[in-house]
Design a protein around this ligand. Structure first.
Ligand code: SAH
Ligand code: SF4
Ligand code: F3S
Length: 503
């Protein structure tokens, strides 16, 4: 079976437009899935609404990585428990990771749900919705469990879903996610993803490059390649093995694409050839997200991460030697089973030693069905987890702010993404206020962009700059953001005076 099927089109028979409300939690993979499902639905007679009360179709795209993410969805479902009383035509669907993990349990906990669709059956959603509206019968489409068949059978039951997409559905017209792999075979003991996303499978380089070309033709400037362990990418096509470094080289030639990013990396697969590709290909962002998870060898072994702190240190040396100006970010889990104060301090030391650009920090959440759940008690009390989380956040913020301060007085090149959050809020509150940009480039609208190494920069400028590469002089910072202003070139007797550009 071709694991990379396109979606089935929706029937266009109805004489009115359906209203679709969709809510998405979880990682970038989920954001992309929602984008693609909405694209397919809009190809039928659906339009998006952000008013859940006005929708005749409600979809929740769910995440199971921590219990909190699941609670959020179940409580949202609770809020619409009685909505079919006034909207008998309403179809409620739960899709994504929690749908794959909980399956029947969702119908038991929320009997008003009509369809449950796993991560490998997204292509079926339009048909399932049509059928449910027609016959009012519950439907469930999910993949096999990891032990319910041979690897090939299980892999075949998870289909990567990458149809042609609706350009209007991207978060910004200039940026797009491109899936290069699905699934994960690493089986870290705390993690549910190998169950919810199935076996690791890489898409073919020809499919990926053609998708990137299509996106570039639609005006996309920046692509972010997605995989749970994106640097484990491996695909054999026409007898040749392609790794991520090869793929980056292929994509690099695409006209119109200015930047290429990739997330998330697995420390053990951060090979020299990949780092050399990052160094040699100017469009590849010098930003590497390589989660360490812990700075204690005993904890790393219990997590089954497959490396020690000294392996991670070697990898960091390789990164700094090959791409000296790369920014590295990490994820940490605090309060994993048996994490002592000493183990926690070792994780803090890792942040002090490697000065990550930023870190995503999570309190350990016990996940049913994972190895850790079967092997060890979740023995760190929640108040201890919370304290460790706060201490680590404070340390990381200190490091991030100090590093950002190094940029003050320097000039950076950013890809402008659009209005900053503050401007968006202002615009939402008063739509007319920002509606008069005209040709005045000095208009005080706050924009946001990112440097080559993924630092967020805000500055005043004309919204028409969105999608362009612009030089910004940095004059202030916080832990998360650089603040600056657009550099206006001065011409002195034909001599252009430039500041040195850093990333
Ligand atoms: N594939 C990526 C991350 C997937 S999940 C990788 O391997 O890096 C994103 C992050 O959630 C992980 O990096 C980890 O830090 C965190 N996470 C995963 N399972 C968790 C759990 N049970 N409790 C708390 N955090 C968890
Ligand atoms: Fe989960 Fe580990 Fe796979 Fe990441 S590498 S998705 S943390 S099992
Ligand atoms: Fe969550 Fe699934 Fe992503 S569990 S983190 S949405 S792969």
């Amino acid at each position: 079976m071709d694991p990379f099927l396109n979606s089935e089109p929706l029937s266009k028979s109805a004489d009115h437009n359906h209203q679709l409300y969709i809510e998405t939690v979880g990682c970038q993979m989920n954001m992309l899935d929602s984008e693609l499902v909405v694209g397919a639905m809009r190809g039928g007679n659906y339009e998006l609404t952000d008013d859940i009360g006005a929708a005749d179709t409600i979809l929740f795209n769910t995440c199971s990585v921590r219990e909190h993410a699941e609670h959020k969805i179940y409580s949202q479902l609770g809020r619409i428990k009685y909505s079919k009383r006034t909207r008998p035509n309403l179809v409620i669907g739960v899709m994504g990771c929690m749908a794959q993990k909980d399956q029947e349990i969702i119908f038991e906990r929320a009997p008003h749900v009509d369809i449950v669709v796993g991560t490998g059956q997204l292509a079926e959603i339009p048909r399932l919705i049509d059928e449910t509206r027609e016959n009012r019968q519950r439907q469930m489409a999910v993949s096999l469990g990891r032990r319910d068949g041979s690897r090939t059978q299980v892999a075949g039951s998870f289909e990567s879903y990458d149809p042609l997409r609706d350009p209007e559905m991207r978060p910004s017209p200039y940026q797009a996610f491109v899936r290069i792999m699905i699934g994960c075979d690493k089986f870290c003991t705390y993690c549910v993803v190998p169950m919810t996303r199935g076996p690791e499978q890489s898409r073919s380089p020809s499919q990926i490059t053609s998708e990137v070309r299509t996106l570039a033709g639609q005006g996309v400037k920046e692509v972010t390649l997605l995989g749970q362990t994106v640097n484990s990418y491996r695909h054999i096509e026409d007898g040749k093995e392609y790794r991520l470094a090869d793929l980056l080289e292929l994509i690099h030639d695409t006209d119109g694409i200015e930047r290429i990013k990739f997330v998330t990396n697995y420390p053990k697969d951060m090979t020299l050839d990949l780092l050399q590709a990052v160094r040699d290909l100017p469009k590849v962002s010098r930003y590497l997200h390589v989660p360490a998870q812990s700075g204690c060898d005993e904890v790393l072994a219990r997590m089954k991460r497959g490396y020690t702190v000294s392996d991670y240190r070697e990898m960091m040396q390789r990164i700094h030697e090959t791409v000296p100006d790369a920014a590295v970010s990490s994820d940490f889990i605090v309060g994993f089973c048996g994490e002592t104060e000493e183990s926690f301090e070792l994780s803090m030391n890792l942040i002090r030693e490697f000065r990550f650009k930023n870190s995503f920090i999570f309190k350990y959440s016990e996940r049913p069905g994972t190895k850790a759940d079967g092997l060890w008690p979740d023995d760190i009390p929640d108040d201890v987890k919370r304290r460790r989380n706060n201490e680590m956040l404070a340390l990381q913020n200190e490091v991030s702010e100090e590093d950002n301060a190094e940029f003050i007085g320097r000039e950076v090149e950013v890809l402008v993404e659009g209005l900053s959050k503050a401007s968006e809020k202002r615009l939402a509150a008063n739509p007319e206020a920002e509606d008069c940009h005209g040709d005045d480039a000095s208009h005080k609208t706050q924009l946001v962009g990112r440097t080559d190494c993924d630092r967020i920069v805000v500055f005043d400028g004309n919204p028409r700059l969105a999608g362009s590469l612009t030089h910004i002089a940095v004059h202030d910072c916080s832990a998360t953001t650089l603040l600056g202003s657009i550099v206006t070139r001065q011409l002195n007797h034909g001599l252009q005076v430039d500041l040195p550009v850093v990333s």
